[in-house]
Design a protein around this ligand. Structure first.
Ligand SMILES: [Zn+2]
Length: 349
């Protein structure tokens, strides 16, 4: 049963185009509901805004798979004296990684404006060394809004507010997605839209090929993971195991790689379930999937959130390697394929 890689990567591309900062995910979840309906499953939206669906199976105990569709983003903290916007981050941004980025301001009325994230001392010709040496924080970054008011530039807070831009408006960053012929995928927010794409592909394959599953599999796409409480709700009470799908942390000293799926056996939340992790490692080995085993130093997942909320199940974490996570990320098609393949092996085991 070959994966339909081209389909999966096209779905990833479509999803990356939809802004979904934490707290502002309904466009992405609406898209998911539609895609799932087209696949012939019956998705549901929880009150919190997460998407769930279940693939039925035999008598074995039900299990759950969780991945998050929310991403980093920002909110307008202040409409500044100079007409520009101060931001407050949504999730764990290093502010220096969004300097120069194109963004969209989503106003309460639904009107959208584009802008650029700049330092408050950006022009080299104006600030010289002072601008270069300025430490980048959310205090020293601001958004320059690409709009005119009655043909004039925005010069003060009154002008900008007259456009309908206010404190609390969501701001999403341009993902600048590039899918290269050699398989590399460069984009913001591969964390965790790559994981959601793998989940969609697995669902598509089970439905299309009429695969029999030993027990029911619940799927949960959460919408508050980047702020820590995504799967604190939404895991059905009958699930005896939860496998979270989320990006693997690639970098110096890590075994994870952009070309592979990783299993994380420990992160900031402590160790994952040893027996379930061993089971996944065994499945990967039998299927010829080169699964990397890793620990992530500054990381938590939907599985941890579900455990912290009191969940009584075994939990594990797998996902594709993503370089430069929470900055300008890169992964490879093969890592997402391996994640989908391992997920399929798991739900059929
Ligand atoms: Zn993530």
């Amino acid at each position: 049963m070959p994966l339909e890689t081209a389909w999966m990567i096209e779905k990833l591309r479509q999803l990356l185009l939809i802004p979904s900062p934490t707290g502002f995910t309904s466009a992405a979840t609406d898209w998911l509901m539609l895609e799932l309906s087209e696949l012939g499953v019956a998705p549901k939206l929880t009150r919190k805004g997460a998407v769930t669906w279940t693939l039925s199976g035999g008598d074995a105990a039900p299990r759950a798979i969780a991945a998050h569709v929310d991403t980093l983003g920002a909110m307008v903290k202040e409409v500044k004296y100079n007409g520009r916007l101060k931001l407050t981050p949504l999730g764990g941004y290093d502010p220096s990684t969004i300097e120069g980025e194109q963004c969209v301001i989503h106003t309460a009325s639904g009107t959208e404006f584009t802008g650029t994230v700049l330092s408050t001392k950006q022009s080299t010709h104006v600030w010289g060394a002072e601008g270069r040496e300025l430490k980048r924080t959310f205090e020293t970054l601001e958004v320059r809004v690409d709009a005119l008011l009655h043909g004039h530039a925005l010069v003060n807070w009154h002008d900008t507010r007259a456009l309908g831009i206010e404190v609390g408006d969501f701001v999403s960053m341009d993902t600048r997605t590039q899918i290269l012929d050699n398989g590399y995928i460069k984009s913001r927010h591969l964390d965790n839209k790559a994981g959601v794409a793998a989940m969609l592909e697995v669902t598509r394959q089970v439905v299309r090929d009429g695969l029999e599953l030993p027990g029911a599999i619940h799927f949960l796409v959460t919408n508050y993971e980047e702020v820590g409480h995504g799967a604190a709700h939404g895991i059905p009470a009958d699930a005896v195991e939860v496998v979270a799908i989320d990006m693997a942390a690639v970098g110096d000293g890590q075994t994870s790689s952009e070309l592979h799926c990783s299993i994380c056996v420990k992160d900031s939340g402590g160790p994952y379930d040893h027996d379930l992790s061993q089971h996944l490692r065994g499945l990967a080995k039998a299927a010829g999937i080169e699964l990397k085993v890793d620990t992530y130093p500054f990381y938590s997942s939907d599985a941890t959130a579900a455990w912290s909320a009191g969940g009584d199940f075994r939990a594990a974490l797998i996902g594709p390697g993503v370089d430069a996570s929470h900055a300008f990320e890169r992964t490879h098609t093969k890592a997402i394929e391996d994640t989908a393949r391992l997920l399929l092996e798991y739900i059929r085991s």
